[in-house]
Design a protein around this ligand. Structure first.
Ligand SMILES: [Zn+2]
Length: 207
């Protein structure tokens, strides 16, 4: 019984090994769940494929070459994935590429939501010698919980010199949990540029 189960799972693993390249191809990797322009959840199959909802795409890509349209579709999908993953710098790069395609109105729509993000970024994370130097605003209203949460991040210490909490890179997960708890939806600047902390309670308005 155990042996047959092992053989079965062994087979599954073997088979999956062959299936992997396909599953890992760009299109299969991640599903666009939110519109790249307004961030509202996408509900129909076409919108999910394009990464943009019907309201936001109305009128912005009409009358263009099929090849340009195809490239724009790929870019909006990528922008949607980047936005929902919090990689805001990447969204802004893609908006610039959409502009270069000759679609300034669409580019504008993709970028507008994050226009002031850099200015509003109050959190910074810098990598240094296997450590993360993390600056955040203070949570006055939740001071006790906030201090306690920082204490619970393994290996964390306060650096007076940096005016920041310093966390081992290995505690990245716990750091992210803290940021998600106290700063949902806020912007920060990290090694890969501008990012946004997910907001699990974001409004569920549907496009
Ligand atoms: Zn939209």
């Amino acid at each position: 019984m155990i042996l047959s189960a092992l053989v079965f799972f062994g087979f599954l693993f073997f088979w999956k090994g062959f299936a992997m390249p396909y599953e890992n191809s760009a299109q299969c990797k991640m599903l666009a769940t939110h519109c790249c322009c307004c961030g509202r959840p996408l509900v129909d199959a076409i919108s999910v494929e394009l990464g943009i909802g019907p309201d936001c795409r109305a009128g912005v890509t009409g009358g263009i070459e099929p090849e340009t349209q195809r490239e724009a579709n790929i870019l909006t999908h990528r922008a949607a994935i980047a936005a929902q993953s919090g990689r805001i710098s990447e969204v802004l790069d893609i908006a610039a590429q959409i502009r270069q395609l000759g679609l300034p109105v669409l580019a504008q729509k993709v970028a507008t939501r994050f226009k002031n993000a850099e200015k509003n970024a109050k959190i910074t994370i810098q990598a240094r010698d296997g450590l993360l130097v993390v600056k955040t605003p203070y949570r006055r209203g939740m001071a006790a919980e906030f201090v306690e949460a920082w204490r619970n991040v393994p290996g964390r210490r306060w650096s007076g010199q940096d005016g920041a909490n310093v966390v081992p890179t290995a505690s990245k997960r716990q750091l992210w949990d803290l940021l998600t708890r106290f700063f949902p939806g806020q912007y920060g600047m990290g090694e890969k540029g501008l990012f946004r902390i997910p907001n699990p309670d974001a409004d569920a308005e549907v496009e």
